[in-house]
Design a protein around this ligand. Sequence first.
Ligand code: ZN
Length: 318
Amino acid sequence: MDYRAVTHTTTDRQLGRLPSGRDVSVTVHRYDGGSGPTVYIQAAQHGIELNGPAALRRLHDRLTDAAIAGTVLVVPVVNQLAFDHRSYMTPGEYDVMNPNLNRVWPGDVNGSLQEQFAARLWELVKDADAAVDLHTGTADMLEHVRCRADDPAAEGLAEAFGTAYRLTDAPKDTDDDGSGRTFRAAAAAAGIPVITAELSNSRRIAEDAVAAGVDGIHNLLREQALLPEEPESKAAQTVLRNDAEPVTASESGLFECQPDIAVGDTVAAGERLGTVYEPASFEQQQVVSATERGVIFSLARESVVVQGERLAGIARPR
Ligand SMILES: [Zn+2]
């Protein structure tokens, strides 16, 4: 391999134009070394997910002094509008059709505002040899990486990233909501090995989550032989299949979780997870039970719930 001292450049990439005529652009960092693979990394599709950009700043410090074989493309804040607004999704006024940037990939140059954004970013993604989408879950989600099951290249990335849990899904439903238009689904469909990392703790910088992010990417770059060192062997990942039926609210109300239930717990089918109450009348609306045996990887703690909303995600050990 051809390891050479990194040349770092930044460019502003124009993504689209707001109704006022103001352009929206993002900063793209490019780290070039000798010849080798290209890895694309992005963060902050959701505006409150801050540990990704923080991890990428630390990665920058490591890469600028490194010798690499290949190219690393980094977009620290892909969704500037949501970031500035400090909201999870893009404010609906900007794009009534598609407020969630992570449901429009690979985008459409003639589509809604966010579809245009995605399409212009996709030009950077489409020739990559591997891609990483950094997200941050709530405090009530297990830190994990997601990838397709039975996709050895993606599973190699996930293993190298090295969080304690790996959540896999079948190619047919390689999506968080079944729409098939997440970044991960689009990249996988284009034949690009891809992982989504869900670091812990949105809305704030959590140093352990930032460390997990930067160490994970660093090891992934070693696995790609973009960095000369051998990848560190991480502790064995617990692999979970994301195909269990989610636990949802059958009634709207206030969800009170069983006090002894937490993410990471293994629960039995039918085990009680909590109760939905009507807050004004105190009436019990729903006894919430585990749909099947598995590990709880997400749990609703923002307790006002509407009918149909997910209360817990359960995944089966593979
Ligand atoms: Zn996210």
